[in-house]
Design a protein around this ligand. Structure first.
Ligand SMILES: *Cc1c(COP(=O)(O)O)cnc(C)c1O
Length: 421
């Protein structure tokens, strides 16, 4: 019996997170036994060049020695204490030093917890219940975020999963990404009722969709004008697009920020933070309850601190990632042109989305309109060629510090072969 068959008997769909099951592209997932640098090693010994990067955390690739050493060091001192440690203070200080809009931060165990808690805080701080979510942005799997747009542009969300009560999603308003008009309409429809807008400042959960010029500034202006909070979900973009995330890169200061992925250095960490007057409302400093048995876990704090220190020591890394991303983009576009295949690439440094479509992709509807069948075909050809892309056009590719010239060239050649056949 294959590992996947065994898995399906004891794990729903054979996995612990849906996208891993390959439902988006068909076929069976690769089981991996180890990884090093830019490469995964399958259970059968096959090597794969990895563009999943564990969906975001691995900006230094697999098993960077500095992070491994930090985890080993922490392990010798203990795995969890349930009492405060210096490591929590160190990581919090690093995060706050990187994000000018974050005076204080609370560590949690996942991005899901971070966004869920930030929303609770925003609702508490404003005394309002409704919030706006943008279609195609992903904020983890808490009930309030598991909504799909109803009919029409400006709508109240409907549950996108069974088990999510409509009572919860009734307060989630949905607007298309990159569309300020609908946001204005919502504020007019629900005056004084909207606690916050939560947004991925660079959307990375529908392929990659950058904000159009003026979009983030528009969200900042309209929330300020209406006494609502702006929450940047930088679980993916934080420390990925820049030291200090998309908010530093685009020069927009949100009220609250959520983080995850890179700040855990490959271990499970999330965080939310922001203005001091807001964060002081979180328990026990204030009344907004939120807690966690393993929050601020010393192994995770050590891994995260090591990752951020590495980034701090090597600010030129972001230029290298940008150059590698640009080379991959140029090579893939050239191949597509050679074969007459409409290809759209959207990228922010080392975050990378490619769509088989002949126009810019600015919102979820555009992603839906791209050729998913061709994506699946190309995905499987690349996989057979030893290149493991994320198994869905709705996921972003991630380059890491160890994706070098050799890796980029190999990918472009494989992409060219995939389009030729
Ligand atoms: C990954 C992600 C999350 C959820 O984080 P988990 O650690 O998977 O719970 C939330 N928001 C964004 C933008 C993400 O990319």
């Amino acid at each position: 019996m294959s590992l996947f068959e065994r898995a399906q008997k004891v794990l729903p769909g054979g996995v612990n997170s849906p996208v891993r099951a390959f439902r988006g592209v068909g076929g069976s997932p690769v089981f991996v036994r180890s990884a090093d640098g830019a490469y995964l090693e399958g259970e059968d010994g096959t090597q794969y060049l990895d563009y999943i990067g564990s969906y975001g955390p691995l900006i230094f690739g697999h098993r960077p020695p500095e992070i491994v050493a930090a985890i080993e060091g922490a392990l010798e001192r203990g795995t969890t204490f349930g009492v405060p440690t210096a490591s929590e203070v160190e990581l919090a200080e690093l995060v706050c030093s990187a994000f000018p809009a974050m005076d204080m931060v609370r560590m949690v165990n996942s991005g899901t917890e971070a966004t869920m808690s930030a929303l609770r805080l925003a609702r508490a701080a404003t005394g309002r219940q409704r919030f706006i979510k943008l279609a195609g942005c992903y904020h983890g799997h808490a009930d309030a975020f598991l909504v799909a747009a109803g009919s029409g542009a400006a709508t109240i969300g409907v549950p996108s999963s069974p088990g999510v009560p409509s009572a919860v999603t009734d307060d989630t308003l949905i607007a298309p990404y990159n569309d300020l008009g609908t946001i204005s309409d919502l504020f007019e429809l629900y005056p004084g009722e909207i606690a916050a807008i939560i947004v991925e400042p660079v959307a990375g959960n529908m392929g990659l969709v950058p904000p159009v010029t003026g979009y983030l500034a528009g969200l900042r202006e309209i929330t300020r004008r209406h006494g609502s909070l702006l929450i940047f979900d930088e679980v993916m973009t934080g420390f990925r697009v820049a030291w200090g995330g998309a908010q530093v890169k685009y020069r927009i200061e949100p009220d609250l920020t959520t983080l995850g992925k890179i700040i855990g250095g490959g271990l499970p960490v999330g965080a939310y933070g922001g203005r001091r007057d807001l964060m002081q409302q979180v328990a026990p400093a204030g009344p907004v309850y939120q807690a966690g048995t393993l929050s601020g876990n010393p192994l995770a704090m050590a891994a995260g601190t090591a990752a951020l220190r590495l980034l701090q020591q090597k600010p030129q890394l972001y230029d290298r990632l940008e150059a590698a991303g640009a080379a991959l983009e140029a090579g893939m576009l050239e191949a597509a042109k050679r074969h007459g295949v409409p290809l759209r690439i959207q990228r922010d440094g080392s975050m990378f989305g490619f769509f088989f479509i002949d126009r810019p992709v600015e919102c979820l509807e555009d992603v839906d309109a791209s050729d998913h069948e061709l994506f699946s075909e190309v995905f499987h050809k690349l996989l057979a060629d030893g290149i493991h892309m994320p198994p869905s056009p709705y996921e972003t590719l991630f380059l890491s510090a160890v994706h070098g010239k050799k890796e980029i060239e190999r990918t472009v050649e494989a992409f060219d072969r995939a389009l030729a056949s």
